[in-house]
Design a protein around this ligand. Structure first.
Ligand code: OSB
Ligand code: MG
Length: 370
């Protein structure tokens, strides 16, 4: 495939409800969509960088800069045998995995369309339905959180993840456990704690959680190993894992027992599959994390979640939990059993609603091969 053009768009999309984590509150997303054209076929991807550098170092603005000034010049006009080859072309760029992944994923969509395959099949996915959980932000009150959980369970979701931070942790988890003793439950700290909190975090062991996600620093592996040695609850790493090498280090050091894979955080499908494979070799289960994506990123998350070692319910859930109206058709829906059926049409398997995208676009730039 020869990459003829690349278009980047910024859309403003208001969330139906604010989403609060230990690092801040999000009310409106600045969604970045990448559209590439290769051999006359258009493919879509989403750059999942946040509005600010609070989950990871990338932002909407850094991603725009890196795509315009470095990724587009390296990719345009290049002839590739497959989408999997793009990562090597982009390797001279250090970091900026979300910017790279957003562009890389457009080529996987194109290759899947060219081969007449659903993206999941092109990736080597085996699941026809993926198990779904929800991620619930920090709420104004415990009672409000319990009501939200009740509603998500009634919708069928298979596991509940709650965001925690100092002051919203042990007592909240205790209340949730009391009300929902049998539910698959986990917590995500988004790096809100330090090793000094070890005794405090040990209290979570009483609630038989599936896992504690990213308790310590966003760039740490070593201290997570020290904490895991003193904790019964399995640690899951999110922020700290950017590639297969780091995944191997974390597993071999005993820093985690589970890994959350996000397409953006690891720089695209090529690396996501390598992280997946390293985990599988070590019998470490993975699940698909999410970043409040629009339908485009959501569709990619569904495809990724079909790989065989995605053994735990992920954070990929229905469009309507986030948006009044999504930008794909059909919207992502969840079955009463708490699963998403993987589309069987070639490529992403969802149609991109161009007229709606145009309406929401606040900035657009196109670069073409000469
Ligand atoms: O840590 O998984 C996270 C959202 C933004 C940034 C980081 C995270 C999250 C979520 C939300 O947990 C997952 C979702 O529902 O999209
Ligand atoms: Mg997380």
């Amino acid at each position: 495939m020869r990459i003829e053009s690349l278009t980047l768009r910024e859309l403003r999309m208001a969330l139906r409800a604010p989403f609060e984590t230990s690092f801040g509150v999000t009310r409106e997303r600045r969604i970045l969509l990448a559209e590439a054209v290769a051999d006359g076929v258009a493919g879509w991807g989403e750059i999942t960088a946040g509005e600010g550098p609070f989950y990871g170092p990338e932002t909407t603005e850094t991603a725009w800069h890196v795509v315009r000034d470095f990724i587009a010049p390296l990719a345009l006009g290049k002839k590739l045998a497959s989408a999997a080859e793009l990562a090597a072309l982009l390797a001279p760029i250090r970091g900026h995995p979300m910017a790279k992944a957003g562009v890389e994923s457009t080529l996987w969509d194109i290759e899947a369309q060219q081969k007449g395959l659903p993206l999941a099949k092109l990736l080597g996915g085996t699941l026809e339905e993926i198990p779904c959980g929800v991620s619930l932000g920090i709420q104004p009150t415990v009672e409000g959180l319990l009501e939200k959980i009740e509603k998500e369970l009634a919708a069928g979701y298979q596991r509940i993840k709650i965001k925690i931070k100092p002051g919203w942790d042990v007592a909240v988890v205790s209340a949730v456990r009391k009300r929902f003793p049998g539910v698959k439950l986990m917590v995500d700290a988004n790096s809100a704690y330090s090793l000094r909190d070890t005794a405090h975090l040990q209290q979570l062991d009483a609630f038989y959680l599936m896992m504690l996600e990213q308790p310590l620093a966003w760039d740490d592996i070593h201290e997570h190993a020290k904490l895991q040695a003193q904790l019964q609850t399995p640690i899951c790493l999110d922020e700290s894992i950017h590639n297969a090498r780091q995944a191997r280090a974390a597993i071999e050091l005993g820093a985690c027992q589970i890994i959350n894979i996000k397409l953006g955080r690891v720089g695209g499908y090529a690396e996501a599959r390598r992280v997946h494979d390293v985990c599988r070799e070590h019998s470490v289960p993975v699940w698909c994390g999410a970043m409040l994506e629009s339908g485009v990123g959501r569709a990619h998350n569904i495809a990724l979640s079909t790989l065989p070692n995605f053994l735990l319910p992920g954070d990929v859930s229905a469009s309507r939990r986030y948006w009044e109206e999504d930008i794909i058709e059909p919207e992502v829906e969840v079955t009463p059993e708490g699963t998403i059926r993987v589309p069987t049409a070639p490529g992403l398997g969802f149609a991109v609603r161009r007229e709606r995208i145009e309406k929401l676009t606040v900035r657009r730039e196109t670069w073409s091969a000469s």
